[in-house]
Design a protein around this ligand. Structure first.
Ligand SMILES: *Cc1c(COP(=O)(O)O)cnc(C)c1O
Length: 370
């Protein structure tokens, strides 16, 4: 039985009528840019994230770009971030003219280490971008303490709906940071039917600035206070996402059930390190990422059996050719480098059947003769 890494058609089949009806309404209204569907989704995401403001934009990369611009990060500034993440986390830092400063990760959670953030601060540091990788939040309150008052961007592109207990209270992804960013790329845990993104903040002035930046920097049309972007969320995407959002909690619970199933089924395989979730966190398991002995051979073995996997991420960002100008060498972020050699993500999407889970687990066990 083939088991794809992700099966978008399986999810679509369960929500087709409501999503198609929502899309048809936008088509019939012929109002495609921003407007009521986007405002409705913004209110819903703000409520989910416990934030005063939510601002739709074109994608998760632009959400980071707009966040950096709203914080006035620019030429010659430094932004501290993790090298073990999707490219956009650092690409956007470069694209506003700033320098990415990479610090190493916690080998258990793959998330940025707050103590490493503290050590990397210089007079040029303008912000910190932490990432909630694979569906579990970075220790955001510790990153904020380590940042000593500098703004913190929380790249929650993989983690909408994830939460973390801080001082006895559950805090949502995006809630505590200066600015939180989400992606609705189709493969994310809340995916649109195309590109989409959202920015959340508790800060009124930042929200006003972000809304202006997404429409070419003009609060009033044709009058420009600064140079911004064309980065709006489509009404069609907003309608799709608004129809999907009520299902998110149940999808996240299904991902956690699948992860718990693997945890049990793979417990007797010493060649595998199962994902570690910080006890303060509730992950939404955007990915179920393990460390595997002979990782590449395991991946080939699974592929031969029709099981989809992926390596997030094979080359840490401090060693990417495009960042050679920053002067990093191998060995400077050893845990990120080791993770890149060892990680493998298994299918964990909500619609997986128990038979499919069993197929994946037995193929992994079989590879190691367990
Ligand atoms: C997907 C992703 C992004 C970018 O989102 P897009 O919507 O594809 O632009 C940024 N950061 C992380 C960590 C991501 O996983």
């Amino acid at each position: 039985m083939p088991v794809p890494l992700l099966d978008l058609k399986a999810q679509h089949a369960t929500i087709r009528d409501s999503v198609v009806a929502a899309m048809l309404k936008v088509v019939d209204d012929q109002a495609f840019i921003l407007g009521e569907p986007v405002e409705r989704l913004e209110r819903a995401v703000g409520a989910l994230s416990h934030t005063a403001h939510a601002i739709g934009c074109a994608n998760g990369t632009d959400a980071l770009l707009l966040a950096l611009r709203a914080l006035d990060v620019g030429r010659d500034d430094e932004v501290i971030t993790t090298p073990f993440t999707f490219f956009a986390t650092a690409g956007t830092i470069h694209n506003v003219g700033a320098r990415a400063v990479f610090v190493d990760i916690d080998p258990a959670t793959f998330n940025i280490r707050p103590d490493a953030v503290g050590v990397a601060i210089t007079p040029r540091t303008k912000a910190v971008t932490a990432v909630d990788l694979f569906g579990q939040m970075a220790p955001i309150e510790q990153v904020m303490t380590a940042a000593r008052g500098l703004p913190v961007i929380e790249d929650a592109a993989q983690s909408i709906g994830a939460r973390r207990q801080v001082g006895g209270t559950w805090r949502m992804a995006g809630e505590l940071a200066t600015i939180g960013t989400f992606s609705f790329f189709p493969s994310k845990n809340l995916g649109g039917y195309g590109d989409g993104g959202m920015i959340v903040t508790q800060d009124d002035a930042l929200a006003t600035r972000l809304k202006r930046l997404r429409v070419h920097g003009g609060a009033k049309q044709y009058f420009h206070d600064e140079v911004g972007y064309n980065s709006r969320l489509d009404a069609l995407q907003a309608a799709v996402l608004d129809a999907k959002l009520p299902h998110l909690a149940q999808w996240s619970a299904a991902r956690r059930r699948n992860a718990a199933w693997y945890d049990q089924a793979l417990a007797g395989v010493p060649e595998i390190v199962r994902p570690a979730i910080d006890p303060a966190n509730e992950s939404i398991y955007n990915q179920y990422t393990l460390r595997a002995d002979r990782r590449d051979a395991l991946q080939a073995h699974l592929k031969a059996k029709g099981i989809g996997t992926s390596i997030y991420y094979p080359l840490p960002l401090h060693l990417q050719p495009c960042f050679a100008y920053l002067g990093y060498r191998a060995g400077q972020c050893p845990e990120a480098e080791r993770a890149a050699q060892e990680v493998l993500s298994l299918p964990v999407y909500p619609e997986l059947t128990e038979a499919q889970l069993a197929e994946v687990a037995s193929a992994v066990r079989g590879f190691y003769g367990r």
